[in-house]
Design a protein around this ligand. Structure first.
Ligand SMILES: Cc1cc2nc3c(=O)[nH]c(=O)nc-3n(C[C@H](O)[C@H](O)[C@H](O)COP(=O)(O)O)c2cc1C
Length: 337
């Protein structure tokens, strides 16, 4: 069924087909049709004090504004991460900014945090009926200077934490100029000190501990991974997502889009992100759970992530190329690994 839908969707420009398919999914949900196909995939697990129905989640970027959370939840994800959300609405980069590399099973995107801002997302989440694990991925607006980035993360945390199972601090998108500099030791240490204080304050005020998760890039050196791991432990961060998209073009030979600027995701990212997870796990051991993401397209690539040390997985590009059936297939790998 999905291969037929995909054939039609892949005829359209990627951003148009993205919007159409999500809107169609929402309509199917409203009409009660998704319930007919909805699957509850049971492979329960607990991390960060949260209960996951299964360990396969939707990665950030697909539903930037929480417009589709209820509809997406019918597809069987064990958790859903929305965003990246910035304090204020922003358009993102000019189109075209999303490219499908069909033969490589990959995507290049330079969306640039197009989103409707934290207040809009709050309105949506107030209406949502989803009660599963919801991650909210936050970032800074493009025009906010890097030395004031923490203010943007704090604004987002204060507005969104009441609706979040966990908050992801995104410092690894390649499409917001200089954002990745926040991964450098001094900057990361300062940002996480601020965010831990926010978490603590929220905990005291509202009697709820909202785990903080940091999302890192796949383009880090071994030394950088080691330094980041040390800071995550020192700051008592609750989880880490590895990885975001890559600026490398390894594994892309022929596509006419290979020279497009942006982050590459999907199959060519798989090994690179698994390597980062492995190195991260060597430093963290099991003190901080790793959420593995990057090029998970089938059971074999999922198994590689489990072996590298991931405790939960997320998918984006694999979901686009293989469809919702992938969630169930991947949940089984966990159960048998
Ligand atoms: C079109 C697109 C938009 C994305 N937007 C975001 C985003 O806003 N925030 C974020 O943290 N990651 C974003 N990502 C990265 C994904 O969450 C994921 O980390 C990455 O694509 C690797 O996983 P994959 O190979 O399964 O796609 C985006 C990815 C794609 C393809």
């Amino acid at each position: 069924m999905y291969s037929l839908i995909k054939k039609i969707l892949f005829l359209l420009d990627p951003e148009t087909s993205h919007t159409i398919s999500l809107k169609a999914l929402k309509w199917c949900h409203r009409l009660g049709l998704t319930k007919l196909f909805s699957t509850k995939i049971k492979a329960p697990c607990e991390f960060m004090g949260l209960h996951f129905e299964n360990p396969i989640g939707l990665a950030a970027g697909l539903d930037k504004n929480a417009d589709y959370v209820d509809a997406l939840s019918d597809l069987g994800f064990g958790f859903i991460e929305i965003g990246t959300v910035t304090p204020r609405t922003q358009m993102g980069n000019p189109k075209p900014r999303l490219f499908r590399l069909v033969n490589e099973e990959a995507i290049i995107n330079r969306m640039g945090f197009n989103n409707k801002g934290a207040d809009y997302v709050v309105k949506n989440l107030k209406k949502s009926r989803y009660r599963g694990v919801l991650g909210i991925n936050i970032g800074k607006n493009k025009e906010t200077p890097l030395d004031q980035a923490a203010d943007d993360y704090v604004i987002c945390f204060r507005k969104l934490a009441p609706f979040a199972s966990y908050i992801t601090i995104n410092i690894s998108s390649p499409n917001t100029p200089d954002l990745r500099n926040l991964q450098a030791s001094a900057q990361l240490d300062a940002l996480l000190t601020t965010m831990k204080a926010e978490q603590q304050y929220f905990n005291v005020e509202y009697q709820r501990y909202v785990p903080l998760v940091v999302k890192i890039a796949p383009d880090l050196t071994d030394d950088e991974v080691k330094e980041i791991a040390a800071i995550l432990i020192a700051k008592k961060i609750d989880g880490v997502i590895a990885t975001n998209t890559t600026i490398s073009r390894d594994g892309i030979n022929e596509s006419r889009y290979k020279n497009e600027a942006g982050g590459l995701s999907g199959k060519p990212l798989q090994k690179r992100s698994a390597d980062i997870i492995k190195k991260l796990h060597q430093h963290l051991q099991d003190r901080i759970p790793i959420i593995g993401v990057g090029g998970i397209m089938d059971e074999a690539s999922a198994n590689e992530k489990w072996k590298a040390g991931a405790k939960l997985l997320q998918i984006y590009t694999g979901f686009i190329f293989k469809g919702p059936g992938l969630i169930k297939r991947l949940s089984r790998t966990k159960m048998s690994s």
